[in-house]
Design a protein around this ligand. Structure first.
Ligand code: TYD
Length: 215
């Protein structure tokens, strides 16, 4: 008997607070999957499309410059970028049978726009469903690091000096706790990976989790 269904790509997202190593882990995972013969689109949020990159510029600039970005406006901006990203990049790739590896997706909005910036979590969830046509990842890798470790790494990269104050630490504690709650709620989809060790250790842990998804 022949199987007529096309090869199915998987949608994998990487999440975690600042400095947790998502970008490196996403790149290494992509290289590894390609080495195994899987066609992979590597992408990220905020961004991933021309519109998304414009929105990224706006949200990061606003956040760096002042605290004056209204939480709902913030949530809608990320959602707009996500809608474009799903429609133009992620869904088409999955429909072609390709894999998609994406650094940050809807869980970032639940953790940051919900828990961090105080939008109602149920409303942020509904907004994600609207923006993504209900497209959820097959697997989400949550790179977990203690807040101070992550902030230390980002400080070394000389990003965002607003991280210095204690208010920022409290904010990121909330974000981290929200991520861990999400992982508790959906243990099949969301796997916690220790992000405080070496890059090699995180890569190895991720491969063990992803291996069973490769047909
Ligand atoms: P990112 O480029 O991943 O930065 P980092 O590598 O430091 O994690 O994300 C930039 C910022 O955007 C980050 O502070 C998290 C924030 N963000 C949200 O608040 N909501 C979202 O939905 C997304 C995708 C990102």
């Amino acid at each position: 008997m022949t199987d007529a269904s096309p090869p199915r790509g998987r949608f994998i997202t990487l999440e975690g607070p600042e400095g947790s190593g998502k970008t490196t882990a996403a790149r290494h995972l992509t290289e590894w999957l390609r080495g195994r013969g899987a066609p992979v689109v590597l992408t990220h949020e905020p961004g991933g499309t021309p519109l998304g990159e414009e929105i990224r510029r706006i949200v990061l600039h606003m956040r760096g410059m002042s605290d004056d970005l209204d939480p709902r406006a913030d949530a809608l901006l990320y959602a707009a970028g996500r809608a474009q990203h799903v429609a133009r990049v992620i869904r088409p790739a999955l429909e072609r049978g390709e894999w998609v590896v994406c650094a940050r997706y809807s869980d970032s909005s639940l953790a940051y726009q919900g828990a961090g910036y105080g939008n109602d979590l149920g409303e942020v969830r509904r907004l994600q469903d609207f923006a993504t046509f209900g497209l959820r990842p097959d697997l989400t890798l949550l790179l977990d690091v203690p807040v101070e470790v992550g902030l230390d790494r980002t400080r070394r990269r000389a990003e965002w000096n607003r991280f210095e104050d204690t208010e920022a630490v409290a904010f990121f504690e909330q974000v981290r706790a929200a991520y861990l709650r999400l992982a508790d709620e959906e243990p099949d989809r969301m796997k916690v990976v220790n992000g405080s060790g070496s890059v090699e250790a995180a890569d190895a842990a991720i491969r063990v989790i992803v291996e069973p998804l490769i047909g």
